[in-house]
Design a protein around this ligand. Structure first.
Ligand SMILES: Cc1cc2nc3c(=O)[nH]c(=O)nc-3n(C[C@H](O)[C@H](O)[C@H](O)COP(=O)(O)OP(=O)(O)OC[C@H]3O[C@@H](n4cnc5c(N)ncnc54)[C@H](O)[C@@H]3O)c2cc1C
Length: 461
């Protein structure tokens, strides 16, 4: 599908000719996100520099019924930002920058195209911390984080993105600018519409400006690499640490043995524990403040080891140790390259069913193909598992059916933190009821009656 000449002329007038590109002038980065979605050349790429320009672009696209795909840092893993045939790509890449840090209200106002790492750095320079952190921090944008309600490694302490957002400015499909950027924690004056846009993956509106809540900076960060015999013991240890250390826990990440084997065999890391090859290797991190707090962390872990909830607990004695411990948790970015072809998932499983779910997964994967195996790791405290299933001989999509059926049986979610996008849309009904999906459809039709925004993401086109 090509864009009518008068629509192209109107778009060029709205953003200026330098901010409108077509055909081969469109860079590779705007043709595909970080997921397995197919590459696509958008019908046009617009890179507005202001909210008014975004509004003008959407008003034109609405008038000409042009489908629009919204693009942030292109690190999404659900195919949501990858262009589909005939779409106008609206990239927020030129709308980047921190506009204000208010130390009294503990807020930061940022443009949607600002990379997460910039927000983190500016917060730290001002003596604060921004509560969301994830591996794609250098490239993903705050607008993309809001659109996907991104999680990451500190959800245990600070929650997902929605808990760190106080207000939004958005542009609706017809080009209306709607703004709530008041620096107040409480606002029960009517519906909290901003929360509706968080996690809506660009299907309801384009996020242009975000008011973020900042946290006090943390000190005395303690990191431990621990071994646990099973999920039950690991979760008992988590509950004990939460009670004992108050709100100090930052991360409680878990890696199952197949993951550790890949990290050792293909990631070049040594087995961390001298004897044990535990069912679970844990990275536990807490911000303990004072020296007394640091001692309390060590004592708490020693106590859990004595009681048999943990088999081993190595505490980082230096920044180097901390990096070394996190290298296990981040080894997956490297080791996948050396494994047989795989298919990747991001699911939630209720904590009470997690042990059973991992055991059933192993059984069902091997039943389909004895050489196949599943790698499991993730944000255990958030009931969020990242799973990849690898096979040198089998067609991989059959494993998706196995996993999502298991998620349905366990009453989990087919998307924990990466969103639905294009790739998970066929499975939405496995963790949402028909009534829920119908409600989502009503909201979509109300806010985007022409169905121009991120068409076919989350809901059928
Ligand atoms: C190495 C790596 C590690 C990752 N780790 C995590 C993790 O721990 N936790 C996690 O949650 N995710 C993780 N992700 C996934 C990804 O980083 C997040 O989904 C991130 O929030 C996407 O941001 P982005 O700016 O790249 O968005 P994009 O990929 O550009 O877009 C993602 C979706 O948001 C929409 N969108 C983007 N910007 C806007 C906007 N301004 N307004 C409206 N809609 C918009 C797009 O249309 C698309 O549907 C990881 C990805 C990688 C590659």
């Amino acid at each position: 599908m090509t864009i009518p000449d008068d629509a192209l002329t109107a778009l060029a007038e709205a953003v200026g000719p330098g901010s409108l590109r077509t055909g081969e002038a469109i860079p590779a980065r705007n043709r595909k996100d970080a997921s397995k979605a197919a590459e696509g050349l958008p019908a046009a790429l617009v890179t507005p520099r202001s909210t008014d320009e975004v509004a003008a672009v959407l008003a034109i696209c609405s008038r000409f019924s042009l489908p629009v795909v919204v693009q942030g840092g292109m690190t999404g893993l659900a195919g949501g930002a990858s262009p589909q045939a005939g779409e106008v790509a609206l990239s927020l890449e030129r709308m980047s920058g921190v506009e204000e840090i208010d130390p009294v209200s503990r807020t930061m106002t940022v443009l949607a195209g600002t990379p997460l790492s910039v927000v983190q750095e500016k917060a730290a320079e001002a003596g604060f911390l921004y509560g969301v952190d994830l591996g794609a921090r250098g490239s993903c944008t705050i607008g993309g984080n809001v659109a996907t309600n991104a999680g990451g490694v500190q959800v245990l302490r600070y929650g997902m993105t929605r808990r760190n957002v106080l207000g939004l400015e958005v542009v609706t499909a017809d080009g209306r600018i709607v703004s709530h950027l008041k620096k107040v924690v409480k606002n029960n004056a009517g519906y909290d519409w901003t929360q509706l846009f968080i996690g809506s993956e660009g299907t309801l509106g384009v996020v242009t400006r975000v008011l973020l809540a900042l946290q006090p900076a943390v000190t005395g960060v303690q990191t431990a690499l621990c071994a646990a015999q099973d999920v039950g013991k690991a979760l008992a240890a988590l509950n004990r640490l939460e009670a004992r250390l108050g709100g100090s826990l930052l991360a409680f990440e878990a890696m199952w043995p197949e993951y550790m084997k890949a990290a050792v065999d293909h990631g070049g890391l040594p087995w961390p524990f001298p004897a044990a090859r535990p069912e679970l290797t844990l990275v536990i991190e807490a911000a303990m403040g004072s020296a007394a707090g640091e001692e309390a962390f060590a004592e708490a872990l020693a106590e859990l080891a004595e009681e048999g909830l943990l088999d081993d607990a190595l505490i980082a004695q230096s920044g180097r140790d901390r990096t070394r411990f996190w290298a296990y948790r981040e080894a997956n970015y490297e080791f996948y390259r050396d494994l047989p072809p795989g298919v990747h998932f991001d699911v939630s499983i209720p904590l009470g069913s997690m042990e059973k779910a991992v055991a059933l997964l192993r059984e069902r994967v091997v039943a389909r193909s004895p050489e196949a195996f599943a790698i499991v790791f993730g944000h255990l405290a958030d009931s969020n598992l990242h799973i990849s299933i690898h096979s040198a001989v089998m067609e991989l999509s059959g494993f998706a059916d196995i996993l999502y059926e298991l998620v349905r049986e366990m009453e989990g979610s087919v998307s924990a933190e990466h969103g639905v996008g294009i790739l998970k849309r066929p499975y939405l009904g496995m963790s949402r009821s028909p009534e829920e999906i119908a409600l989502m459809g009503s909201l979509k039709r109300t806010l985007d009656p022409g169905n121009i925004l991120n068409r076919g993401r989350i809901l059928p086109a």
